[in-house]
Ligand binder design. Structure first.
Ligand code: SF4
Length: 373
């Protein structure tokens, strides 16, 4: 089944490290955006059922909850949502109250992804986040009280001023809460962000500390019953994010809103990023699309490999054969041999899969680059 992604490009304030398509918006901006979004949804053919929906952003929780519920209703009217749909919304601490959370629940949202990033208030300030740790605790407790039983917490390591000790403190505080899912990424200083422009003013953890944070994440989370199912994602059994797995497994997904991407195999679409133009397009698909690319056979194979290898279960040799009508060795025989010899890749003979070893994960970018033809 397919996935549905809806981009809500509004935030209370721009974080210093953020290069996502988002900015602040007035109530009027949101109302006009909602209108355009509804038109896009109505005009887009979705010829298959979806079993995941993901509201991302931006900060979807600053958007009126009634709008979010109305969008889900629209998909229901189109009869595209399956019965046991995983429906996630990204939430920032301090931007939801019980009432809003109850509207989400009533609309069928059953998974929250809370952007905490750090449990240290100084680090949060440095990132330009709008909340402190207490705001997060309040949001988390409200979410549990509202009945959410599937919660992800986003964390970032390698924040300026962060130490291994403060990062461990963040991890331990989160583990005490026992969320179902934890995403732990390393901070990337993206060009064009205020953090990038002023990076010489900050002290970043050195490479050694960064590695230690990475190993600490892996060790502590696994010791506490989380299994790693993707390079940066950990979950309790049965709680891997079904929506994100679709990206790594290259299943079809339909994106709505500014900058949203879609994959309707073998074609990839991307929407325009300019919100004003998006609103003016009023659901006219031709004007909304920035790009539509039919992926070549080679691109399909490459994506299958480098996205699939992000998953800890790796890629299935049989699936490769079924999809591309040739054994994987015919194209990648030498690359695989070399990576196996170096201890970066391993063959699981019983399940007929290829996956990265611990060492391979450490240098995953280098290994994956070998799979580009
Ligand atoms: S809340 Fe998220 S999307 Fe919004 S500015 Fe901060 S990092 Fe970017």
């Amino acid at each position: 089944m397919a996935g549905i992604y809806i981009h809500i490009p509004f935030c209370v304030k721009k974080c210093l490290y953020c290069d996502f398509v988002s900015d602040c918006g007035t109530k009027e901006d949101m109302s006009r955006y909602q209108h355009a979004l509804q038109r896009e949804i109505l005009n887009t053919p979705v010829n298959e059922k979806a079993d995941t929906v993901f509201f991302g952003g931006g900060t979807p929780s600053v958007y009126p909850a009634g709008y979010t519920a109305a969008l889900l209703e629209l998909f229901r009217q189109k009869n595209v949502l399956s019965d046991n749909c995983e429906i996630t919304i990204e939430v920032n601490p301090g931007t939801v109250d019980r009432e809003k959370l109850m509207v989400y629940r009533k609309a069928g949202i059953n998974r929250l992804s809370i952007g905490l990033q750090s449990a240290d208030d100084i680090e949060l300030k440095l990132l330009g986040r709008i909340h402190d740790y207490d705001d997060f605790i309040k949001t988390y407790e409200e979410a549990r009280a509202a009945g959410f039983e599937n919660i992800n917490i986003d964390l970032i390591s390698a924040i300026p001023g962060q130490t291994v000790v403060s990062y461990e403190n963040t991890l331990r505080k989160i583990l005490d809460l026992s969320p179902e899912h934890i995403s732990a990424y390393s901070l990337i200083v993206e060009e064009g962000t205020p953090l990038y422009e002023r990076q010489e003013e900050y002290t970043f953890p050195d490479e050694e500390d960064e590695r230690e944070m990475y190993y600490l994440t892996k060790r502590l989370l696994q010791e506490n019953g989380y299994f790693r199912y993707e390079i940066s994602n950990y979950a309790k059994k049965g709680y891997a994010c079904r929506h994100n797995l679709k990206y790594w497994s290259r299943e079809n997904y339909y994106g709505f809103g500014t900058a949203a991407a879609s994959l309707v195999n073998p074609v990839r679409y991307t929407n325009i990023t300019d919100r004003t133009k998006y609103i003016e397009a009023d659901g006219d698909i031709k004007r909304i699309r920035a790009e539509a690319t039919e992926l070549s056979g080679q691109e399909l194979i490459e994506e299958f490999m480098f996205l699939g290898l992000r998953k800890m279960e790796g890629v299935s040799v049989q699936e490769f054969k079924d999809k591309f009508h040739m054994p994987i060795e015919e194209i990648y025989g030498q690359v695989i041999e070399k990576a196996v010899d170096k201890g970066l890749l391993t063959r699981n003979l019983s399940q007929q899969t290829l996956c990265l070893t611990e060492r391979g994960i450490d240098v995953s970018n280098v290994v994956m680059a070998e799979f580009l033809l």
